[in-house]
Every structure is written in structure tokens, then in C-alpha cells.
Design a protein around this ligand. Structure first.
Ligand code: NAD
Ligand code: UFG
Length: 339
């Protein structure tokens, strides 16, 4: 298949590009580089030996997308990673989040209809479940409970748009992948997560403390109803996540499907820090802080639908994720910009 990766220069997109190329597919990338670097695409080319057609453009620009796709026709599928993803920022700038996240999705669906591209795989998120009533979360679990931030609402709205589009067009193959917490990096240390500024997420924050760029990790609450009182999440290695995209593309059928992509195993904040200490061979200073607004105590999935229907299962451990994250961070202390 030839696959257009919208947002393909980003963290998950770049790792998925490697997995697709290794599986024998072709990729082309559109990305406006608002949260990434063209260097990531260059490194994917180095890792795989492939030449990747790249368009630096806003994925809301249907005309630019159309010209790009026609130049590289036939394109068989789109994986839609493009969008803004910072939860706190989405509360402060809701209109920008709705504009970019919904706007890119609409533009991509228009492009697909006009150019006869049948398949879309969309980056959704476990955030659509809101505050879970029961765990583990299955695809049947209710969504939208106490969804407090515009970022999560955009993901839920885009899922609904895809469902409606698939109901109206019997030829459309649409898949939403609900990622749990993506972590880790390519074992080569050449591509990885490179958040701008101070990281919001736990793993890149811990990695920056380990490399000496930040003083200590703030642990947001130790009084949750969890084994050690700190928040539990389902951390999935980005290589497992990338493999999940390949499986979803290869199994996509007419209609609309949703899959959880996670390990099913909850890990606490303190357990993750301990795993990183083992990987880096150094102590990670930490400080217990109050709970972070909007956080849930625990979130982890039942991944059995993806296993059953896609033949996919996450195989990598939190120790492997920490080892690969540390390898990336220590080899690229300043990310892509000044590696
Ligand atoms: P990322 O920011 O690294 O990747 C997103 C890419 O989209 C970036 O390269 C960015 O430059 C690009 N982009 C943003 N707006 C664009 C636009 N208008 N036109 C073209 N490109 C645009 O993030 P990621 O971690 O790789 O996440 C990929 C997707 O997965 C996102 O949709 C995100 O919401 C979703 N997701 C991420 C996580 C996570 O924790 N990383 C969890 C669940 C879901
Ligand atoms: N945490 C800390 N200190 C930090 C950062 C996080 O203790 O500096 C804790 C949080 O309280 C939480 C856990 O670490 O218990 C994980 O937090 P992250 O910010 O890494 O991840 P979240 O589960 O809050 O959210 C992430 C993405 C969302 C996505 C969600 C589900 O940021 O976009 O996973 O996929 F929606």
C-alpha cells in the first residue's frame, strides 16, 4: 500500500513510517512542522534507506494535499496523526484546538472522497473515556464521561465524524485507534519523542531529569486508590503502537471500527521512575506534589479486540521502553534541533 501520513514527522508518525516501510509499504508525509522537525523524516530515510516524499504544509489545505497526492498517485490510505495534543493548552486555546484537529480531519475526508482513497486510520486517544467507571477499558466502555478538556472532545468528535462518514459511504474503511500512553523510542536512538519546552508527560519529563536538563520529577499525587498511591497508566512502547497501525491498515474493512492500543498492564508513576532508574543506572530525584487537575487515578485497557481482530498484541515491557527512551535522550540531549 502507499500511505499518506498526515503529521508523519511527529513522534508516533515517524515510528509508524519506519514500521510501514519495513513491512513493505510506501509512505509519503505531510506535516506543517508546528510540533516537529524535518530532521525526523530525514532520519527515517536513513534508518530505512527509503526516499520519502515530504510536503511541508498545513493538512487543512485541501488543494495542497490534492496536488501532493496526485503527484504520488495512487495513494491507498491515510493515517491521520496531524493535530495539537497538549491538554492544558487546549483549555487555554479551545478554538485553535477545534480548528486544527477538526479542520485537518475534515480536509482529509474531503481529499479522500475526491481522490477515491478508501482507507483512513485515525489517532484517537484513551482520553475519550474520560473518568473510567470500570477498568480495564474496553471499546464498549462509555466515552465522554467528565471529559474536561477541548483536546479530548476533539478526539471524540472526530470519532463521531468518521462513524457518520462510514455509515454514509459503504466503500469507506475507517479505523480509530485509541492509544493509551505511548512511550519509548526506536532502539537505534535515531528517532524519539522531542517535546518543545518543558514536557507535560511523565516519560519525557523523567528522561530530561535523567539527562540533567531538569532537577527533579514532580509526582502528581500519592493519595490515589492505587497500589502505591500514585497514578496508574497503560504505557505502550511506540514500536508496538507503530506495529498496531500496520495491522490496522492491513485488516481495515468497509465500515467503522475502534481499537484500543495498549498493553493491558497498569504501571504507577513510582514504578515507571524505578524502571527508568534501572535503565539509566542513576537515581532520579523526585518530589511528591499535589494531584494535577483533570487526572484520573487509573487508566488501562483490555486490548483483546485488537488481538482477536488484528492479530496484534503489545510485546515490549516498561523496562524496554525506558531503555529505549534513555538511549534516545542520552544520544540526543537536545532532541533533533541541536543533536
Ligand atoms: P506530535 O505532535 O509529535 O505529532 C503530530 C504532528 O502533527 C506533528 O508533527 C505536527 O507538526 C503535525 N501537525 C500539527 N498540526 C498540523 C497541521 N495543521 N497540518 C499538518 N501537520 C500538523 O504528536 P504524537 O505524539 O506523534 O501524536 C500523534 C497523534 O496521536 C496526535 O493526533 C495525538 O493527539 C495522538 N495521540 C497522542 C498521544 C501521546 O501521548 N503522544 C496519546 C493519544 C493520542
Ligand atoms: N505525572 C506526574 N508527573 C509529571 C507528569 C505526569 O506525576 O510530571 C503523572 C500523571 O499524574 C499521571 C501519569 O504521570 O498519573 C501519566 O501522565 P502523562 O501526562 O504522561 O499522561 P496522561 O495519562 O495524563 O495523558 C496522556 C496524554 C493525553 C492522552 C492520554 C491518554 O498526554 O494526550 O495520555 O492517551 F489523552
Amino acid at each position: 500500500m502507499r500511505v499518506l501520513l498526515a503529521g508523519g514527522a511527529g513522534y508516533i508518525g515517524a515510528h509508524t513510517a519506519v514500521a510501514l516501510l519495513e513491512a513493505g509499504h510506501d509512505v509519503l508525509v505531510v506535516d506543517d512542522l508546528s510540533n516537529s522537525s524535518a530532521e525526523a523524516v530525514a532520519r527515517v530515510e536513513q534508518l530505512t534507506g527509503a526516499k520519502i516524499p515530504f510536503l511541508a504544509a498545513d493538512a487543512r489545505d485541501v488543494d495542497a494535499l490534492t496536488a501532493f497526492v496526485r503527484t504520488h498517485a495512487p495513494v491507498d490510505a491515510v493515517i491521520h496523526f496531524a493535530g495539537l495534543k497538549a491538554v492544558g493548552e487546549s483549555v487555554a486555546e479551545p478554538v485553535r484546538y477545534y480548528d486544527v484537529n477538526i479542520g485537518t480531519s475534515i480536509a482529509i475526508l474531503k481529499l479522500m472522497a475526491a481522490e477515491g482513497i478508501p482507507t483512513i486510520v485515525f489517532s484517537s486517544s484513551a482520553t475519550v473515556y474520560g473518568a473510567p467507571e470500570t477498568l480495564p477499558l474496553s471499546e464498549e466502555s462509555p466515552t465522554g464521561i467528565d471529559l474536561t478538556n477541548p483536546y479530548g472532545k476533539t478526539k471524540r468528535m472526530i470519532e463521531e465524524i468518521l462513524k457518520d462518514a462510514a455509515a454514509a459511504d459503504p466503500a469507506l474503511r475507517a479505523v480509530s485507534l485509541r492509544y493509551f500512553n505511548p512511550v519509548g523510542a526506536h532502539p537505534s536512538g535515531r528517532i524519539g519523542e522531542d517535546p518543545a519546552g518543558v514536557p507535560n508527560n511523565l516519560m519525557p519529563y523523567v528522561a530530561r531529569v535523567a539527562v540533567g536538563a531538569l532537577d527533579r520529577v514532580g509526582v502528581f499525587g500519592d493519595d490515589y486508590d492505587t497500589p502505591d498511591g500514585t497514578g496508574q497508566r497503560d504505557y505502550i512502547h511506540v514500536l508496538d503502537l507503530a506495529a498496531g497501525h500496520v495491522a490496522a491498515l492491513e485488516h481495515a474493512r468497509e465500515g467503522y471500527e475502534i481499537y484500543n492500543l495498549g498493553t493491558g498492564t497498569p504501571v504507577t508513576v513510582l514504578e515507571l521512575i524505578a524502571a527508568f532508574e534501572r535503565a539509566a543506572g542513576k537515581k532520579i530525584p523526585r518530589e511528591i506534589l499535589p494531584r494535577r487537575a483533570g487526572d484520573v487515578a487509573a487508566s488501562y485497557c483490555d486490548p483483546s479486540k485488537a488481538q482477536r481482530e488484528l492479530g496484534w498484541t503489545a510485546t515490549r515491557t516498561i523496562d524496554e521502553a525506558c531503555r529505549d527512551s534513555w538511549n534516545w535522550q542520552s544520544n540526543n540531549p537536545n532532541g533533533y534541533a541541536r543533536a
